[in-house]
Write a protein that binds this ligand. Structure first.
Ligand code: TPP
Ligand code: SF4
Length: 284
């Protein structure tokens, strides 16, 4: 894979051109930007395609796995992290990257997310948060903001939404970050750091779904949604200095946690080596 190319040429080297296109994403969808960012991160790290496994659940976000020429698994809704855990355990040398929507990761797959973070399995989890179930027609997800309108909450969402970053922090992930598809260079940097770090890394990528979320709320066009990201997102360092009353409509982005706990697979194989050594010496 040549490193002397730039821009779109990089992305084109990693796509399954002859098999899976045209893609299914709506015009203005942010998911493609996340995929481009992921490809550029992997390219900049110089990781060979064969050493990457992309595991995705079901959803518009889940479709991303089928477009890229890595080892890919397009698996069941909510179970991407279970498959990813198995793959990482069977071959820890692989870079295993999970792509999940907010419905996929926080609702049906929420339990897997908590425990993957707690276990600190060496997987990079990308949560593509568009605040809605995009593929199935705009049902509320656990990331749908309180008060917003959706197909299943036409009079306004009453539940408080999950804060993905706080959830992953609390569950014990080694690396937790948030970016947006508007701040694409920052997102790429974050993703690169996430892939490099051992143990469980979670990147929440805020990505607009105008089709199912935006137009039911105050965003008349996809451009309005990107402007919303531009206006709302603030680097976490600046956010922390804001007085409480100025934080309400702002969303911190950046890196929230960088820990150095050994990944589960590292601990498991170290334990196994210990047993084998003891057995070779005639012990138990
Ligand atoms: C076990 C199971 N339950 C439900 C579905 C239906 N389903 C497919 S995609 C989806 C939601 C997708 O939303 P999200 O994960 O947020 O991804 P997005 O489409 O927004 O990218 C649902 C409920 C399914 N395919 N499998
Ligand atoms: S429905 Fe939403 S998430 Fe799905 S492709 Fe369209 S804009 Fe993207």
């Amino acid at each position: 894979m040549s490193n002397n190319i730039t821009g779109n040429e990089v992305i084109h080297q990693y796509l399954r051109h002859n098999k899976k296109f045209p893609h299914v994403l709506c015009a203005g969808c942010g998911h493609g930007i996340v995929l481009g960012t992921l490809i550029r991160s992997i390219h900049s790290l110089g990781i060979p395609k064969d050493d990457v496994v992309v595991v995705a659940g079901i959803g518009c976000s889940g479709r991303l796995a089928v477009y890229v020429d890595f080892n890919t698994v397009h698996t069941t809704h909510g179970r991407a992290l279970s498959f990813a855990t198995g793959i990482k355990m069977s071959n820890p040398k692989l870079n295993v990257i999970c792509i999940m929507g907010d419905g996929d990761a926080l609702s049906i797959g929420g339990n897997h997310l908590i425990h993957a973070a707690r276990r600190n399995i060496g997987v990079t989890a990308l949560v593509l948060n568009n605040n809605i179930y995009g593929m199935t027609g705009g049902q509320s997800s656990p990331a749908t903001p309180e008060g917003s309108t959706t197909m299943t909450n036409p009079y306004g969402q009453l539940d408080k939404s999950f804060d993905t970053v706080e959830l992953a922090k609390g569950a014990g992930a080694n690396f937790v970050a948030r970016g947006t598809v508007f701040h694409v260079n920052k997102l790429e940097k974050i993703m690169t750091q996430a892939i490099e770090r051992p143990g469980f890394s979670l990147v929440e990528a805020i990505t607009p779904c105008h089709t199912q979320f935006g137009r039911k709320n105050k965003y008349k066009s996809p451009v309005d949604m990107y402007n919303w990201l531009k206006k709302t997102a603030v680097p976490v360092e600046r956010y922390n200095e804001l007085p409480e009353d100025k934080r309400a409509d702002r969303m911190p982005i950046g890196v929230f946690v960088e820990r150095d706990r050994a990944g589960f697979e590292e601990k498991y194989y170290a334990m196994q080596r210990g047993f084998l050594k003891a057995a070779a010496k005639g012990g138990k």
